[in-house]
Design a protein around this ligand. Structure first.
Ligand code: ADP
Length: 378
């Protein structure tokens, strides 16, 4: 394989904000990034060395794009895995491995993988259709096996009416976990099996959108729980023989257990703060892992919070960042915009990282940012 320093060509399937932040780091590491995305105005368009407008779900399009690359990676899971298998056998380095993607893309296979590898996760069963849900099973969490994202494709069923109106497709039924906190561990693993993990993050979700509203890093949990969560993330990354960044989303239950909810085989929303808050950002780390560089330190420089900037409900059209001037004037507050010209309710438009010395100071600034800034339309 060609190695870094040799003008390595990295192809990314997907040209959204994750790809955009990978490009930012690729400039420093001198990795040449090429992007495939169906939207001509995707956040990576105009920034990548080349931008190919086409579908990452289409076999031939992915094959044609990938053939020209030394290394291929993704910033979205919903890609054509058969084309990636073909490219791998033709000698292109594909990270994450297509077989891992095939497992992770299907929540049913992913849950079975956890069972097979002794990774604690909530009990589940597979169903073909919602007709198979018994009333005695309620309350229960119903998830589409494939195609769901950002909470779309997840619903909590509590009543007969919920069961009647839920989706009919192949899905999983999961026991409802009594959640104390939602945690995430971002872990990187390279081809030699070296792993490094970031301090545990604590995520607070928005009930209306199911998106991360804000997060704190490191999480305010005991040292013992933090070590347990990191050990679990390492176990998952090793079980997959993963290469690249893997985000392991977990539940801390009210009973004090740590369970894996699901994994994302890519850079993740719960790692955006690492750009400012850690020695090596998750994006730089992913690039290092996939092009074969040594991994960097994950140590924390400063405690951080991250607030997602999502489109305000009720606003669609050309975006306006109302209150931005005030936020730009705040100390230790770093806005990131994803270059999307149109806002929609709950569309991820950017994020803000906040650095401070204490959880109280972080919390205060999170609320100040949320109160000051709104993503609306003209
Ligand atoms: P997605 O892949 O769409 O993000 P997740 O599986 O992460 O879906 O579920 C979205 C959210 O739903 C979680 O962050 C959590 O708040 C809630 N959730 C998911 N599974 C369970 C469960 N078994 N028990 C309780 N809440 C759950």
């Amino acid at each position: 394989m060609r190695i870094y320093g040799d003008n390595i060509k990295l192809g990314i399937l997907g040209g959204g904000q994750l790809g955009r932040m990978l490009i930012q780091e690729a400039i420093s590491l001198d990795v040449q990034v090429h992007v495939l995305d169906p939207a001509a105005d995707a956040p990576c368009a105009g920034l990548a060395a080349t931008f190919t407008c086409g579908s990452f779900r289409d076999y031939q399009t992915v094959l044609d794009f990938g053939r020209k690359m030394d290394v291929l990676t993704i910033e979205i899971e919903d890609v054509n895995v058969d084309a990636l298998r073909e490219l791998k056998s033709a000698g292109v380095k594909v990270f994450p491995d297509p077989e891992i993607l095939a497992v992770i893309k299907d929540k049913g296979l992913q849950k079975q993988f956890f069972v097979d590898h002794g990774i604690p996760s909530s009990a589940f069963r597979l169903i073909e259709s919602s007709d198979e849900i018994g009333m005695s099973e309620l309350p229960v969490v119903h998830k589409l096996r494939t195609g769901g994202y950002d909470g779309k494709g997840v619903s909590v069923l509590r009543s007969e009416k919920d069961v009647e109106t839920t989706f009919k497709a192949p899905s999983i039924l999961e026991s409802l976990v009594d959640i104390e906190k939602e945690l995430s561990v971002i872990i990187a693993r390279n081809e030699h099996g070296q792993t490094v993990s970031y301090p545990v993050v604590e995520m607070v979700f928005d009930d209306r959108s199911n998106l991360v509203d804000y997060l704190f890093a490191p999480a305010t949990i005991t040292q013992d729980l933090a070590e347990q969560a990191k050990a679990l993330a390492t176990k998952v990354a090793d079980a997959f023989s993963f290469v690249g960044i893997l985000a392991v989303e977990m539940f801390l239950t009210k009973a004090g257990d740590v369970l894996v909810n699901e994994v994302a085989p890519r850079t993740h929303n719960s790692g955006h703060h690492t750009i400012e808050a850690n020695f090596t950002s998750q994006f730089a780390q992913h690039l290092r892992a996939v092009v074969g560089m040594p991994l960097g330190s994950t140590d924390t420089l400063r405690a951080a919070a991250m607030v997602n900037l999502v489109g305000e409900d009720g606003f669609s059209g050309p975006v306006v960042y109302d209150g931005l001037e005030k936020v730009l004037g705040m100390n230790g507050v770093y806005p990131h915009f994803y270059g999307k010209s149109e806002t929609k309710p709950f569309r991820k438009m950017g994020h803000v990282t906040i650095l401070a010395d204490s959880i109280d100071a972080l919390s205060e600034k999170v609320h100040a940012v949320k109160k000051t800034m709104r993503v609306i339309s003209k």
